[in-house]
Design a protein around this ligand. Structure first.
Ligand code: MSP
Length: 646
């Protein structure tokens, strides 16, 4: 049996959990549930990072002991994760005794490898990031990357010979499996290491909230050496033979992009030094902005994780967070989009399908599942093929860490099922007294829904369980992906209709001002706008804007189109499995080679159009200048292809 070990970062406990904490942990939960469904033995670890200067200062500000602060705040995270119904196997805390043992063992090994020496550190430190910064990473008293304040530190310190691992790290980044993902992040971190690594200060003497440096109680161990080791503590630490316990190496360290350096440089270097196998993959996800802006308390757009749980059903929250953005891209958390996805995808596509089909079952067949017959009717065959294809796509997408694609495929199966019912018209067969065909159609529809429920279980577990139970199946055993076979829904089972799976949501935003009753004669120059005027002036509703999906696309290749002097044929990465082909009227303004590797704005949900016999699958956005030339909107390489523009 394969095993799968997934981790989240352990969260700082200086404050309360917010949307970012909920996101990573939900994503990890989706992976954990998915691999469990495949029959893998899964270990899912999360927890809290409780030591360090930042936590000590937060406790001082509140006038309580650090221990008191971490106990209170760590409990909030556990509470949140219980409310989110997450399925972690352990919640690790760095103040736990077995964690200290694992950390002491790591440091002992790094020392034994000759990688630790005593010197003096003089440089910048950010307590907020718990990170050291070099002079060129600082501007106006702040770390350029994070914007956090830095302070000058000068004290005796133990150092880790990070510089020794420059070459081995580069080899690791270049290894076949590409252990740091997405690729853009791998490139970013490889460039950083190629720029040269300084040795790393790994102890402090000016505060004491942390693990004592082994054999030198004057020093406190740097909080990141302490924190990163949680990934070994969590699965049981080192065994008698000195090996990390079962499940090591981790299959997937899920982290946010801001803590890539710690996980893709420091952590593998510590492990190499300690003679421990490296994790298989470090995957950096993007950040959520809220209503298009960086989340901050002062802006008033802070999203407290407990409020999220109160506001949205869990299934919807999970669905939205996964479906809205490719893992690795930044996303914009906007209520309108959540509502849109709920109403049109979950409620209409899945919820109504289940409701309609189960009701038809009761009306036409008394709710009893007929036996499975694999007909060769075209609609039946293509539905079965679509289900089989979806299963493969879901597994592949999850292996490729593209959960949004997995959901896309599942929702496509939902569309196919809806169309299947529409085109086969079981009500017509019923009316004509063709009970055999009614049974065939309804069996196919039910079986398709069962497949959909199993496939979607990791993403929307509540709804999936309700469907399986309504089909007379066990919600756990019945959700095994490795046992998914067409015809698996037993004849004779009784089908009931589950409670509403997804309630439609009305937008909770201020309603447009009531339309004034039309006055018979309108004074000239009266500018007050009513809906008709709005339409006349070309204004659109926000919901209309949301229909246009714009994303950043990376142009992979560009060539001229024979016989069309204005057109270029492009191939672009828009964050999907395969690049899209685009025919764009850019040839008079750009040399094809100048566009390669550029990241530009595109509309990605236009119906494909054929131009000069080539199917164009997206549209590049451009502006005409006064002389009829063209300009494009370019994005830096920091943006992962596929990131939505909103
Ligand atoms: N304690 C360290 C991690 C140690 S792991 C050995 C830490 N903690 S944190 O609480 O500050 O951040 C935890 C995670 O939350 C990070 O992965 C970070 O990227 C993520 N997020 C914080 N804000 C976020 C968003 N707005 N959106 C998405 N994730 C964000 O760093």
């Amino acid at each position: 049996m394969a095993d799968f070990y997934v981790t989240t970062p352990i969260y700082y406990v200086n404050g309360a959990p917010h949307i970012g904490h909920a996101y990573t942990t939900i994503v990890a939960d989706v992976f954990a549930r998915h691999y469990r469904q495949r029959g893998d033995e899964v270990f899912f670890l999360t927890g809290t990072d409780e030591h360090g200067l930042k936590v000590q200062r937060a406790a001082e500000e509140q006038g309580i002991s650090p221990q008191e602060l971490v106990d209170t705040n760590s409990a909030k995270f556990r509470d949140l994760f219980a409310k989110l119904e997450l399925t972690h196997d352990r919640f690790v805390r760095t103040t736990e005794a077995d964690h200290k043992d694992a950390v002491v063992e790591m440091v002992r090994r790094m020392k034994a490898a000759g990688d630790i020496y005593l010197d003096t550190y003089a440089g910048w430190y950010s307590a907020s990031d718990e990170a050291y910064y070099s002079e060129d990473e600082i501007e106006d008293g702040k770390a350029i990357e994070s914007g956090s304040a830095v302070e000058w530190v000068e004290e005796k310190s133990y150092f880790f010979r990070l510089s020794k691992y420059e070459q081995p790290l580069i080899e690791w980044y270049n290894s076949q499996d590409i252990p740091v993902r997405p690729k853009a992040r791998r490139n970013e971190i490889a460039a950083f290491v190629e720029g040269g690594l300084n040795d790393l200060s790994i102890s402090r003497t000016t505060f004491n909230w942390g693990i004592e440096f082994p054999e030198d109680p004057e020093h406190v161990l740097y909080v990141w050496v302490d924190a990163l080791t949680n990934y070994i503590t969590g699965i049981g630490g080192f065994d008698e033979k000195g090996e990390p316990a079962k499940f090591w190496p981790a299959d997937l360290h899920l982290i946010g992009k801001d803590i890539l350096r710690f996980h893709a440089v420091y952590w593998p270097a510590f492990l190499m030094s300690a003679g421990v196998e490296l994790p298989k993959q470090v995957f950096a996800h993007g950040w959520w902005t809220v209503d298009g802006q960086k989340m901050s308390k002062s802006r008033g757009n802070w999203v407290d994780a407990f409020e999220l749980v109160e506001q949205y059903p869990l299934d919807l929250l999970r669905y939205f967070m996964i479906r809205e953005i490719p893992l690795g891209s930044d996303g914009n958390f906007v209520q309108e989009r959540i509502v849109e996805r709920n109403n049109s995808e979950l409620a209409d596509n899945l919820g109504n399908l289940v409701n309609r089909t189960t009701k038809m079952m009761q009306g036409f067949l008394g709710g009893t599942v007929p036996k499975s017959v694999e007909t060769d009717v075209e609609a039946d065959v293509s539905l079965r093929e679509c289900a089989a294809k979806t299963l493969t796509e879901v597994r592949d997408s999850m292996d490729k860490r593209e959960p949004h694609h997995a959901l896309e495929s599942i929702m496509h199966l939902g569309n196919e099922l809806n169309q299947y019912i529409q085109s086969t018209q079981p009500w017509k067969a019923k009316k004509e007294g063709d009970s055999e065909r009614v049974e065939q159609i309804l069996y196919h529809a039910l079986e398709g829904i069962r497949w959909m429920a199993v496939l979607v279980q990791a993403f929307v577990p509540d709804a999936a369980a309700k469907i399986l139970v309504a089909f007379g199946l066990d919600p756990v055993e019945g959700a095994r992906l490795d046992a998914l076979q067409w015809g698996g829904l037993p004849a004779g089972n009784t089908i009931t209709t589950p409670d509403v799976l997804f309630e439609k949501i009305e937008l909770d935003v201020p309603k447009p001002v009531e339309k004034e009753p039309k006055k018979k004669s309108k004074k000239k120059g009266d500018k007050k706008m009513n809906k008709d005027d709005a339409e006349g002036s070309g204004l659109i509703e926000f919901g209309d804007f949301l229909k246009v999906k714009m994303a950043v696309g990376r142009i992979l290749s560009a060539e001229r189109v024979d016989g069309a002097d204005k057109l270029l044929k492009l191939s672009a990465d828009v964050g999907e499995d395969a690049p899209r082909t685009i025919v764009a009227g850019l040839a008079l303004a750009f040399e094809p080679e100048d566009l390669v590797n550029k990241q530009v704005a595109m509309v990605v949900n236009l119906k494909p159009a054929k131009l000069f016999g080539i199917k164009s699958e997206a549209m590049v956005l451009a502006v005409k200048d006064a002389d009829g030339g063209l300009e494009l909107a370019f994005f830096s390489d920091n943006i992962v292809p596929g990131t939505q523009i909103s």
